[in-house]
Design a protein around this ligand. Structure first.
Ligand code: SF4
Ligand code: SF4
Length: 199
């Protein structure tokens, strides 16, 4: 009988020991934080200015040299240019970056002579659909920037917090979801609505 009671005693002791450790955490200061709502200070302030987050393109100072596109080792960037044959004016008609492929190496931004392309501190672009990670910076043709002696585009203020690119991604995502809903067969739409109502 002694081994039996020994086993019961050992079990009870180990349960008590485990619960004592667990209970002690009720009275300790939490060592975790509730990201992203309860940070001591905004995340942007905690990241370095040289942090390499999601890229932003300021198309108003892009000269269309395509160096960023050529430098990118994994072809994340796609640029299209067009020229007006009469006025000889050149336009930027496409500037897409596939964030899902980007490895945030910084080669594109380092080689841009006007700092039109740069990294922001925004990094949270998580989505269930990988296609939504292609950021399109050109909605309609944009006249290319020309270098001027009296101004240096590198000294302009940049959106390092990434608000602009974040808004762009959200807008693109909403547009895509709206199109997908419109193209959805009627029976699926009603199911979708029911699901939304439940949520
Ligand atoms: S973003 Fe910079 S490197 Fe890329 S095409 Fe424009 S000016 Fe050239
Ligand atoms: S950061 Fe690197 S991988 Fe990303 S687009 Fe620029 S060159 Fe390509």
């Amino acid at each position: 009988m002694t081994p039996y009671f020994n086993a019961v005693a050992t079990t009870l002791y180990s349960i008590f020991e485990g619960m004592a450790v667990t209970t002690s955490y009720l009275f300790r200061r939490p060592s975790t934080i509730q990201y992203p709502n309860k940070l001591e200070k905004p995340l942007e302030e905690q990241l370095s200015d040289r942090y390499r987050g999601i890229l932003q393109v300021d198309t108003s100072v892009c000269i269309g040299c395509r160096i960023c596109e050529k430098t990118c080792p994994i072809d994340c960037i796609a640029i299209n240019l067009e020229k007006n044959k009469e006025t000889k004016e050149r336009f930027l008609t496409r500037f897409d970056i596939d964030i899902s492929k980007c490895m945030f190496c910084g080669l594109c931004s380092e080689n841009c002579s006007t700092c039109a392309i740069y990294h922001t501190k925004f990094f949270n672009g998580a989505t269930q659909n990988v296609d939504e990670l292609v950021v399109r910076f050109v909605d309609s043709p944009i006249v290319l920037y020309k270098h001027r002696k009296d101004s240096d585009p590198k000294t302009r203020e940049k959106d390092l917090s990434g608000v602009i690119v974040k808004q762009k991604m959200v807008k693109q995502r909403m547009k895509k979801q709206k199109t997908a809903k419109q193209e959805m067969p009627v029976n699926k739409i009603s199911k979708h609505k029911i699901k939304e109502e439940i949520l």
